[in-house]
Write a protein that binds this ligand. Structure first.
Ligand code: PEP
Ligand code: MN
Length: 338
């Protein structure tokens, strides 16, 4: 970190500032030029708060050189993290995982039938929401515990591990007991209490990118989970809010190489919530695989027009099957398998 000090700074305040950095275990290189007086801070600057340093009247400016995250940082963990979910590996150069299932669990028969369909189509995991973050309080809110137990039965019948969204830490014991991957939805990406709670778990956490969050904010949320003790994080890009109206969100595929460069964490893509339209999902899935994503999570429904949530972005099982066959071809082109 570089702290630019005002030329007329008094000796006493300057010494106090330098000592405050030394007390935090940092080395301070003090250089006085003809125009600038610079303090170069060497060491673990993640503990520093730039805004407080800037509030010091003798400070002109503060520039962070190192990223504010440590555990997620590839610099300190050069090898890819590979997450093991009941023997299925996510990340590194492992097979690209395809996760399919409805937006919401709608009942035992529905989820068990869909589990069989997505498995036949090439999915290796089942998704399904039992606690739903709906914009309207009058919209279907999810089957809650009953939905989770229906997913458990679908897993029993197909062997597919199950992914479901956790909205409140009160539900954590239930998720610990039944769910294989705990999803933290876009709307909760910066619910720091919830992030710390799942950080106490050992379950893999699928952390979706917030609707309007920068990549650094997203990585910092992963850092929260990791700093609380859970290294099993998988990131999921699901589109961000922009001015564009022809899609529900804008799929930011540039995150794939960026996340791979800055972190060692696996990243999967959700083209369903990103586009909001079943017509665009296959193309965006192929692009995601070509970009180097470690997996896809896709909403599938037997009768999208009757789905209890997100019908417009659900693929019918046969379309989902076509998608996963095509995605396999692209995976081979980029030296992966699926
Ligand atoms: C979902 O997966 O159904 C969901 C609500 O996702 P997101 O948090 O990305 O909107
Ligand atoms: Mn959905």
């Amino acid at each position: 970190m570089i702290v630019t000090v005002k030329k007329n700074a008094d000796e006493k305040s300057l010494n106090q500032l330098i000592q405050s950095f030394i007390a935090k275990g940092l080395q301070v290189n003090d250089s006085v030029g003809s125009d600038y007086h610079i303090l170069g801070l060497i060491g673990d600057t993640t503990v520093l708060d730039e805004k407080s340093i800037k509030a010091n009247p003798i400070v002109d400016d503060v520039t962070r050189i190192a990223a504010p995250y440590k555990k997620a940082n590839r610099l300190f963990h050069p090898e890819d993290t590979i997450i093991d979910v009941n023997g299925i590996k996510i990340g590194g150069n492992e097979k690209i995982v395809v996760i399919g299932g409805p937006c919401s669990v709608e009942g035992l028969d529905q989820i068990c039938q869909l589990a069989k369909d997505v498995k036949d189509a090439g999915a290796v995991m089942l998704r399904g929401g039992a606690y739903k973050p709906r914009t309207s309080p009058y919209a279907f809110q999810g089957l809650e515990t009953e939905g989770i137990l229906d997913m458990v039965e679908a897993r029993k019948q197909t062997g597919l591990p199950i992914v479901s969204e956790l909205m409140d830490s009160n539900q954590l014991p239930e998720f610990e007991k039944y769910v294989d991957i705990i999803q933290i939805g876009a709307r909760n990406m910066q619910n720091f209490t919830l992030l710390k709670a799942v950080g106490k778990s050992k379950k893999p956490i699928l952390l979706k990118r917030g609707l309007a969050n920068t990549i650094e904010e997203w990585i910092m949320s992963a850092e929260y989970i990791m700093a609380s003790g859970n290294p099993n994080v998988i990131l999921c890009e699901r589109g961000i809010r922009t001015f564009e109206k022809y899609t529900r969100n804008t799929l930011d595929l540039s995150v794939v190489p960026i996340i791979k460069e800055k972190t060692h964490i696996p990243i999967i893509i959700d083209p369903s919530h990103a586009t909001g339209n079943w017509k665009y999902i296959e193309k965006m899935s192929l692009a995601a695989v070509a970009a180097g994503a470690d997996g896809l999570i896709i909403e599938v429904h037997e009768q999208p027009e009757c789905a209890w949530s997100d019908g417009a972005q659900c693929l019918k099982p046969e379309k989902f099957k076509h998608l996963s066959e095509k995605a396999r071809e692209i995976a081979h082109v980029v030296g992966r398998d699926l």
